[in-house]
Ligand binder design. Sequence first.
Ligand code: ZN
Length: 281
Amino acid sequence: MSVELPEAYILAKQMDCELQGKQIEKYEFRNYQKLQKIGFINKCVADFDRLLGGRVDSVISRGNVICVKLDNGANLLLAPEYGGRIQYHPEESSAPEKFHFKLVFSDGVALTVTLTGMGVIQALNDEELKGSYIYKRDFLTTAQSPLGEKEFRFDQFAKGLTIKTVNIKAALVGKDALVVGLSNSAFQDVLYRARIHPKRKASTLTEAEKLAVYDAIRLVVQKRIQSGGKNQFLDLYGKQGSYTPAMGPNMKDKACPECGAKVQQLSLGGGQVYYCPKCQT
Ligand SMILES: [Zn+2]
């Protein structure tokens, strides 16, 4: 199950609560060579030695990326963006046999990370963080985070849409987006709720439509967090999320609950997008 902004936020909060102040005693990699070859893990596994002895200062997230900050200047970056799990184990002995990365703390609790799709497990010092692609993309970007009113401001968002000559999808999803952490899945959900056709150009949106998109982004992110994540997501303790998107592959061949029209599908920006041909204009 992919871990996107709402799920990364849930995991980071839970990890912060469980791990703060705990000291890292050891780590272990299993069956990781393939992931390392693709660049998901540091080229040199011994880089993870820098985590040893460090205490967890805080666990934060932005976009899809989780950063475990230690008091010794080391950081553990985790981003199971396209699939993976992060699990907490009250005792090391309760950890599963299969994992890619395991951390054990001096009080005996353990954390395991398994990637099932594209993702990242990296140990980086503060200086190296600035060179990390995903850290730059989600933490150091000027793109806003759609979490909370303070950070996500409508005036700024609306202005950004006005000057974007691109399709609305490119304005909301991907490396040049105005916001971090929105995936193709969130995009379909947001556009259906905002009643906007997925092929619209960002700059053609009226003020009312921009506000509808802004409100829908906040609603989707907040609902997903309140529901414990998307419906196949498992949190740090294995609890399953219950959020079902209003529009997406789950609506394939179904009728729009609003108007009864048959849900349509199109290829857009390297992904399939479902939408209602009547409600979304
Ligand atoms: Zn409809």
